[in-house]
Design a protein around this ligand. Structure first.
Ligand SMILES: [Fe+2]
Length: 243
């Protein structure tokens, strides 16, 4: 428990509670596709698979979850677990921060030796439906009770615009919020992935639901992948009016 509020708490509270006007939101949503802050994708984990994934993650012993981020207090009450990726999470974190391009990242890390560390067939099936050039990591990014991610932008320079990491909410009880500058709350739907342009847009999250919130983040190289571009364009037509 936090015994007293920090400056970051006040900034997060202010950020989450800004009421963006329709005009401000329309200006953001009128931007070119690849500059948008986020976009829900026109693919979805089937309901039965989603229930099975949640059940399997909940059955994994708490001691397997860890947290690593360079900042000491951000995000707060969060946890990670690697499903697919390298053995060393810290190296991966630092190399994704430092890499200037996907080619540079390949020079820094041994991507060919990444593998499934924890095999959940329904997660593997879903990841296989996402068009991409190369998969880097599939990981849990859970929020524990009272979890929060203070206002920040992501730092990975190799991801440009909407060719960015994919966030998949798995559970989203009332009291969970994920807000972005200029738009406000993301309309999160369990099982529906969205691409987050987190390098360009400030964002923050809170979990006041009283329950753990489960999510997956998929890191991959989608730059110049025609089928991913088609998915983005199809998703834009379907979702831009309801964001
Ligand atoms: Fe972020």
């Amino acid at each position: 428990m936090i015994s007293e509020y920090t400056n970051d708490d006040y900034i997060l509270d202010r950020f989450m509670n800004v009421k963006w006007t329709e005009q401000e939101r329309n200006e953001v949503l009128g931007m070119p596709l690849y500059d948008l802050p986020y976009l829900p994708l026109d693919i979805k984990i089937p309901d039965n698979d989603l229930a099975s994934i949640v059940e399997k993650i909940e059955s994994i012993d708490e001691s397997n979850f860890f947290f690593y981020c360079q900042a000491n207090i951000m995000p707060y009450n969060s946890e990670k677990l690697v499903f697919y990726g390298p053995d060393n999470y810290k190296d991966f974190w630092i190399q994704t921060r430092d890499a200037l391009s996907h080619e540079h990242f390949r020079e820094l890390n041994d991507v060919d030796n990444y593998k499934w560390q924890i095999e959940i067939p329904e997660i593997k099936d879903f990841v296989s439906t996402i068009p991409m050039n190369e998969l880097y990591m599939v990981e849990c990014r859970n929020s524990k009770i009272d979890g929060k991610a203070y206002v920040h932008r992501d730092r990975e320079k190799m991801y440009k615009g909407l060719n960015n990491r994919i966030f998949v909410p798995l559970t989203w009880d009332d009291g969970n919020r994920f807000a972005i500058t200029g738009l406000g709350d993301i309309k999160a739907e369990p099982g529906r992935p969205f691409v987050l342009n987190g390098n360009s847009w400030h964002h923050g999250t809170v979990n006041t639901s009283g329950k753990r919130r489960l999510a997956i983040i998929i890191s991959s190289n989608t730059h110049g992948c025609d089928k991913f571009d088609e998915l983005l364009k199809r998703s834009y037509k379907k979702f831009v009016d309801v964001m």
